[in-house]
Design a protein around this ligand. Sequence first.
Ligand SMILES: [Zn+2]
Ligand SMILES: [Zn+2]
Length: 465
Amino acid sequence: MSIKLKFCGGTRTVTGSMHLLKAGQSQVLIDGGLFQGRRDEFYRINTALPFNLPDINALLLSHAHIDHSGNIPNLVKQGLKSPIYATSATVDLCGLMLPDSGHIQEEDIRFVNKINKRKGLPAREPLYTEQDALNSLTHFRPFDYHQTFQPAPEISATFYEAGHVLGAAITVLDIKGNTHPIRLVYAVDLGRNNLPLLRDPEIIKNIDYLIIESTYGNKEHEPIETAKGRLTDTVSRTIRRGGKVIIPSFAFERTQEVVYFLTELIRKQKIPQVPIYVDSPLATDITMVFQQNIKYLDEKTQNQMRRQLDPFGFEYIKYIRSKDESQMLNDDRRPMIIISASGMCEAGRILHHLKNNIANPANTILIVGYMAQNTLGKKIVDKQPVVKIFGEEHQLKAEVVKINAFSAHADRNELLDYIRKSNSTIKRIFLVHGDDEQSQPFVEQLTNAGYKPYLPQKNEEVVIG
Ligand SMILES: [Zn+2]
Ligand SMILES: [Zn+2]
């Protein structure tokens, strides 16, 4: 029986994580992530699948981020029949995030088709619809951390804490080898120690082969604790000058982390108690999922909740779903904090808040997440003097502050430290989920540390047993 790994996506790049493990007759997909890029490339890459979908025995999903889960509705639409295994928190989160992703694609295609119609071009179909995403949810089977299950005859699997986002798992695959069992560990994405709300990544022993992310293989983050100090200073300074703090934030995890810190700072009276709004229906729903999945939160947060201290600040923070309430914020002149999505300022309600507040020097735009090239968020981080919002030019006069410490991905020292702590004689380390400028230097660093790293090409197949 030969055991092979095929790297089908999310290699030499960050998005679109998807890998195939073949052991004898068993075929297991690890993640079904969406490749995120320009529209034509997006369709071409997400629909080209280098395997036969009905042959797949199972899909093991590491976490709910769209770059890991977002192609699942398309896989099911195209013929995936198998169960999809994930932690119960991930299942709950996918129940919100996949239909939302379908909705975004329908909206995008509606916009494209308007233009195509004018040009006499044929109408296009979305990769998948909200309904396709809802259909795919029936395939999900929840398993908690440390519960071993058998996704295929030759393979057993166990999820461990990844410390990355709520419900994120390091997946340990124990494969019946020809002479002895083989342990393959998938640590993508790998979190960091001391992230708010979450437990630290669990160390796995006896690893034969490791697939690990390299998003920040050539970077060092500020410690997460520094975020609190910077948040305190930024909010206090803005409130003093009578301004608003506008925080573009991903609806999943980053919003809850910012809320957690703000709640703590108010409780400790480190910042004045001004109105705080989370203006995003998705972020509001996701925060509910956090509250319903207390067992996935760290002991500190669980203790707080037992003492009736709500980490999501429902006594201080107003969560907004309705459009009317959202629009009312435009005319409210009081100093306040508004957290809204999308995280990179490409769509959603954040655009209205930026439009209304970007030209006032009393205000602050606080950047807490990654901004990809060519996004409005990136233009704001780069402090371009004039930016376009809804097709109109606006002067950027508000203060812009960026806090890097919020990252949920291990940096190069944390990755190396994690590998060292496993204390295993690892035969090979496959680096995925990273652009070359991050992963290449990490190959060197691992080689110097005595490991055998390997940077697979897309669709490359490697024999591991
Ligand atoms: Zn992730
Ligand atoms: Zn990822």
